[in-house]
Design a protein around this ligand. Structure first.
Ligand code: CP3
Length: 341
């Protein structure tokens, strides 16, 4: 690999500066994304390997980040299991056949790798294009977060139906989570075989859960997935919104990196973790709306706080919003790349 910053930091080795990549780094904040998006639906963009590769490469070429992330979505596992998935502009993801009863759960398939073959194909095309310049991160949604979309039938503010399921029918919730976990392990191992250099597990909505429910309905399945990966030398990043609360539990699943939301002091989180677990984070993405001197000052403040720490990857606490100005994102990357420890 020409640029080893990301993998070194992920394995808690010293780097000359923090590596940078950003969640949702290929998306609507980029004019070049719209040029592609105007020609294809979002799912077509994910499913046509050449197009997924084109989008994956946008932030590599236009921002100069230190790691690429596969262009796809966390909900493709739910679709492969039988979910009738669509993405509509302004509405977000929808599953037209929500999963709420024993019958619905029984109908979900778990041997679905053939349906996800397009992802393996995309990874191969992307790796040819990257040609050893920077690592490629693969990913999947964590069972609790994917379950929430299947149960609610789409995005939710309060996760009311998901919480009703776990509280009134925990045995059904566990059946559903087990099925998603099985698919997720197979899917991530397929991504490893196809050639990704790192993996991230996205448990975006874990924050909705109480401390006890997090352990029972999220963490135990994430731990099962991480333990089931043929990891070789591939670092695993565990992300959730809520990591500033749940990091000590997340660490028990033994990821290489914990990706932290913006509510916590990153150094305090890192110091409380076992030796050898790196942290990724944790700028509030709203900072990227602010004026450039504010962006620079906030990045430098974070970096001064983390100075001397091995195992730190710069990222946002959550994804880039679609209306953040592109030149602010580019400016942030430049500020980071000029920084020296
Ligand atoms: O980070 C990247 O650049 C890689 C691609 C990526 C996408 N989704 C592309 C996408 C990744 C890693 C994801 C993960 C994802 N998808 C998560 C976890 C991360 C997070 O943000 O918490 C979640 C919860 C989803 C589910 C999802 N997909 C939602 C809620 C939406 C609609 C909201 C929105 O931002 O439009 C999507 C659609 C989606 N996924 C888009 C992109 C670029 C927008 C599609 C479009 O162009 O309209």
């Amino acid at each position: 690999m020409e640029n080893n910053l990301f993998l070194d930091a992920a394995f808690s080795k010293a780097t000359e500066r923090p590596p940078v990549w950003m969640m949702r780094q290929a998306g609507r904040f980029m004019p070049e994304y719209w040029e592609i998006k105007n020609k294809y639906s979002f799912l077509e963009m994910c499913k046509i390997p050449e197009v997924a590769a084109d989008v994956t490469m946008l932030p590599v070429d236009l921002l100069g980040i230190d790691a690429a992330i596969l262009f796809s979505d966390i909900l493709v596992t739910g679709e492969a299991m039988g979910g009738d998935l669509s993405f509509t502009q302004g509405v977000g993801p929808k599953f037209a056949n929500p999963v709420r009863t024993q019958k619905d759960i029984d109908a979900l398939a778990t041997d679905v790798l053939d349906k996800l073959q397009y992802v393996a194909d995309a990874i191969k095309v992307i790796q040819q294009r990257l040609n050893g310049r920077i690592p490629l991160i693969g990913f999947a949604g964590a069972p609790f977060t994917v379950m929430s979309y299947l149960v609610e039938g789409g995005s939710s503010k309060d996760f009311k139906l998901t919480k009703l399921l776990i509280h009134n029918h925990p045995e059904l919730a566990h059946q559903l989570l087990s099925k998603i976990a099985k698919v997720t392990v197979d899917y991530l191992n397929m991504q490893i075989d196809a050639g990704v250099n790192a993996l991230q597990l996205f448990d975006s909505w874990a924050l909705a859960l109480s401390w006890n429910d997090y352990q029972e309905f999220s963490h135990q399945y994430n731990a099962q997935i991480i333990a089931g990966l043929n990891r070789k030398n591939i670092p695993v990043i565990s992300f959730c919104k809520g990591s500033s609360v749940f990091a000590p539990i997340m660490a028990q699943a033994k990821p290489d990196v914990i990706s932290v939301d913006w509510n916590a002091d990153l150094l305090n989180i890192k110091k409380a973790l076992p030796e050898g677990i790196a942290v990724q984070g944790n700028l509030d993405p709203h900072i990227l709306y602010a004026d450039k001197p504010v962006i620079k000052a906030q990045i430098h403040k974070l970096f001064e706080r983390m100075r001397g720490e091995k195992g730190f990857i710069f990222n946002l606490g959550h994804g880039i919003m679609p209306d953040i100005p592109f030149d602010h994102v580019k400016y942030a990357v430049d500020v980071i790349k000029e920084f020296k420890y």
